[in-house]
Design a binder for this molecule. Structure first.
Ligand SMILES: [Zn+2]
Ligand SMILES: [Zn+2]
Length: 315
């Protein structure tokens, strides 16, 4: 009787697992398609989304599947099966499974990831100040812009490290001269990219850079812009809100789109917070390793293909 209940339970668990796996894969497929739509048309052929088994959800299903196989194998060994060769085969299978599981756990037991970030400023930002409310009466006093930016980056790093296990190692301060005739975020960022000679994996101080963050006080048509396939972002460093802008543009690098909740990814300045909502946080965790592989080799967008870039313009 107990054995029958156990067999029914095992079959039910297998069916539930199969259905959940199928729907999770369908959902992942849908998410990949949506993700792809967020890139400009000309960049899409070069974007390689994570495979299902590389995501956090996929890893959970992998582990769940292993557990099921274990239960099956143990059931075969413990059941009154007389066939000796079946038992020997099952035992050998279990030993191999145990060994591969240990290797798998050891390989995935490095939850933290460190990214080297090149921090760049233009000449306006280098000599600029930002008004900061100072205690005791919180009257705004001017502080060096790059000092305020360093505070913001320390805060952002603390959030990323404690919540997502992502360590951002900032390499301060590299300079570029922004062309004063430029007004669009995109043009100023591209100006910085070409002047710094930025590309993914650029060697600076003997370290390999994964991301470039540009601060400017030049007047721009937005408060920031993120180009994930270039691993580069620009932030308007004109007021104390630069921390929110940095969180926002950094979020785009980790695959986040604009969000309508009370969240750093909300493009409405009045709704932008200095934290991510739960849904956006989950997505960062899923995309934790996204800055490791080299970005898709994106051709320089032609003038006609700029529409898609508007998605990343954050006013
Ligand atoms: Zn959000
Ligand atoms: Zn945005």
């Amino acid at each position: 009787m107990v054995r029958k209940i156990f067999v029914v339970f095992l079959i039910a668990a297998t069916v539930v697992y199969a259905i959940a796996l199928y729907s999770a894969q369908v959902q992942h497929e849908r998410w990949c398609n949506e993700e792809l739509q967020s890139y400009p048309v000309e960049v899409r052929p070069y974007v390689e989304p994570l495979s299902f088994w590389e995501t956090e959800t996929g890893k959970k299903f992998f582990f769940g599947g292993l557990c099921l196989i274990w239960v099956y194998a143990i059931a075969i060994i413990l059941s009154g099966v007389k066939d000796k060769s079946l038992k020997v085969f099952t035992s050998a299978f279990l030993v191999i499974l145990l060994a591969t599981s240990i290797v798998h756990v050891l390989a995935s037991s490095q939850p933290d990831v460190t990214y080297d970030v090149l921090v760049v400023q233009d000449e306006e930002f280098a000599s600029g100040t930002i008004l900061v409310p100072a205690p005791p009466i919180y009257f705004p006093v001017p502080v060096d812009a790059n000092t305020v930016a360093e505070w913001a980056m320390e805060d952002v790093n603390e959030t990323y490290y404690t919540e997502y296990g992502i360590q951002l190692r900032f390499h301060y301060w590299y300079s570029f001269h922004s062309d004063d005739n430029l007004y669009s975020c995109y043009d100023i960022l591209m100006d910085a990219i070409s002047e710094i000679g930025w590309y993914w994996g650029k060697e600076v101080d003997g370290d390999t850079m994964e991301l470039m963050v540009v601060f400017t006080q030049q007047k721009m048509d937005g408060r920031g812009l993120s180009l994930p396939w270039k691993r580069a972002l620009i932030v308007a460093g004109v007021n104390i809100d630069l921390e929110k802008y940095l969180l926002h543009e950094l979020g785009h690098q980790f695959g986040l789109e604009h969000c309508s909740r009370s969240c750093a990814m909300n493009p409405d300045p009045l709704m932008t917070t200095s934290y991510y909502c739960l849904s956006c946080s989950d997505k960062i965790k899923e995309n934790k390793y996204v800055l490791i592989p080299p970005p898709p080799l994106a051709p320089r967008p032609k003038s006609g293909g700029k529409r898609g870039l508007m998605l990343y313009m954050c006013y």
